[in-house]
Design a binder for this molecule. Sequence first.
Ligand SMILES: NC(=[NH2+])NCCC[C@H](N)C(=O)O
Length: 386
Amino acid sequence: MSLNSYDEWSPLKEVIVGSAENYISHERELSFELFFHDNIAGDNDAARLEWYYPRLRSRGGAAPSGGTRVPVKPRYVAELNEDLQGLVDTLTSLGVTVHRPTDVDPSTVEMRTPAWSASVVPALNIRDNTLIAGDEIIETSPMIRSRYFETQLLKPVFQEYFRRGARWSVMPRPLMTDASFDLSYARSSRAGGPMEPIEDPQPSRYDVGHEMLFDAAQCLRFGRDIVANISTRNHELGVDWLERHLEGRFRIHRVHKLSDSHIDSMVLALRPGTLLCRSEAVLDFLPEPLRKWDVIIPPTPETYGFPQYEDDDLILTSQYIDLNVLSVGPDTVLVNEACPELMRKLERHGFTVVPVRHRHRRLFGGGFHCFTLDTVREGGLEDYLD
Ligand SMILES: NC(=[NH2+])NCCC[C@H](N)C(=O)O
């Protein structure tokens, strides 16, 4: 079918599901530390404390970029791939066509640009680096060096949609030197730090000042309206680009510092008139028309529903990650099976809930919304905010 995806809830026809095949390590260098800064010590979660321990730096191997490679345990990768297959099977059984990325070649561990080198990671959180704006694929400008070429792994799928008539654009590729990053958010944030690489950016001959660095997962789509979260100058430049690029077709609504970057563990739209929000406070950040929508707040879980990890496992999300559900239609939602309270609440609001297993969302930075990219849904350029 032709690319057609304008919102987060209309009946889902085709989707790409990310892959964790050959996930070997995280590379801890400036862009990684900066991106996950708020996950370091933003709540009273003891599991986060390991970030402070300098011993982590000496555990992994030294990376040529000056960072540190922290191995990801193969058992977790295997279990994640098993859960991803379960997600694929569930979507298929619901009549949705599923596409998958190309797996990374495990022998290609390193990539290089004129300014730096970094390890390669699989196309897993594919929501992050591509915005589907109706009939257009927009590859956004990445924020983490290891993810610089991630959308190349989606090329076969994108080419096929292009062949069938989709528009296809790529935001300007950043040089991504240390000077490209606006460090003000991390430096002023209550969470975490100070961390060595953030406090010690290195000069480069390629420095051009702050650049646009912006993830698609900072956006939520509502027909002809797109809500975009901005917390740094890098994001602001990205949204300037998006606004000029989409002018006359979509309206962009800027929200400021709703989160560090991604929006989809703060708020999701489940159907016209209904939002799923982390808390009531989220509403104050949203554009006026959305504040009138009904809000579902996930109940506090009665038990800690996450696996226990060890000191050397990096925790990359908050405990709110299970809010990150995927809608397969305005009345049907895929929810982590570890969240019975959330499932019951959604059912009380009239949704059909499909439970799906996903154990290691905190280790791999994403739930069902992050791991997927909906390329074909019913629905179009509607006006939901008027
Ligand atoms: N599209 C994504 N990767 N979203 C994940 C956001 C997770 C968010 N930083 C949290 O810790 O709750």
